[in-house]
Ligand binder design. Structure first.
Ligand SMILES: Cc1cc2nc3c(=O)[nH]c(=O)nc-3n(C[C@H](O)[C@H](O)[C@H](O)COP(=O)(O)O)c2cc1C
Length: 172
């Protein structure tokens, strides 16, 4: 059975990360199916599931939250990994603190529904700041935030390799 890589996205950056994870897993021999959460009929016919969502206003997108709610029973029966995309600022102590806070906020909700999620990662996302007013953009920068494409493809690839190792170890 294929591995499902499923995602919610508003502006496309999470889809690109999901596509990357899918193509890396495919390259090392796994059958994969990569599709948006609202195009998944059921998780039943997949050997494992990787779910991704960007964070908007401190939460996963509604489609991703709904997917986890609706599929919770099925997800509890298979290996599940999750990732989030968010703008967590420039390297530094503020960033480490922001990542910790944002990560545990997402995990608290996720783990209630799927207690055995194998791992959840928060990766930097992509935001040009155009949806934010100039004063707010300035304030965000003063607080250590930054705009642009913050996706760390090396970190995403390493995480994918870890998942591949675990899937192999599970005999999948
Ligand atoms: C209106 C808005 C609100 C956002 N809220 C958050 C947030 O609360 N926490 C965070 O870490 N990132 C936040 N972000 C950054 C997004 O998570 C990031 O841009 C992500 O890559 C978007 O993913 P998408 O392109 O798949 O929609 C926000 C971005 C926008 C435009």
């Amino acid at each position: 059975m294929p591995v499902l890589i499923t995602y919610a996205t508003s502006r496309g950056s999470t889809k690109e990360v999901a596509d990357r994870i899918a193509s890396r897993l495919h390259a090392v021999g796994f059958a994969v199916d990569c599709r948006p959460v609202d195009h998944v009929f059921s998780v039943e016919n997949y050997s494992a599931v990787i779910i991704g969502s960007p964070i908007y206003h401190q939460k996963w997108l509604l489609d991703a939250q709904k997917f986890v709610d609706v599929e919770a029973v099925g997800l509890r029966m298979k290996p599940v990994w999750a990732f989030s995309l968010g703008m967590v600022g420039k390297p530094g102590w503020r960033r480490a603190r922001a990542i910790k806070k944002e990560t545990s906020r997402i995990e608290d909700v996720l783990i209630q529904k799927v207690p055995k999620v194998r791992d959840h990662r928060l990766f930097g996302g992509k935001d040009d700041g155009s949806s934010v007013s100039t004063p707010l953009r300035g304030l965000y920068r003063c607080l250590g935030g930054s705009f642009g494409d913050m996706r760390d493809w090396t970190a995403i690839d390493s995480w994918t390799s870890l998942i591949a190792k675990e899937l192999h170890a599970d005999g999948l």
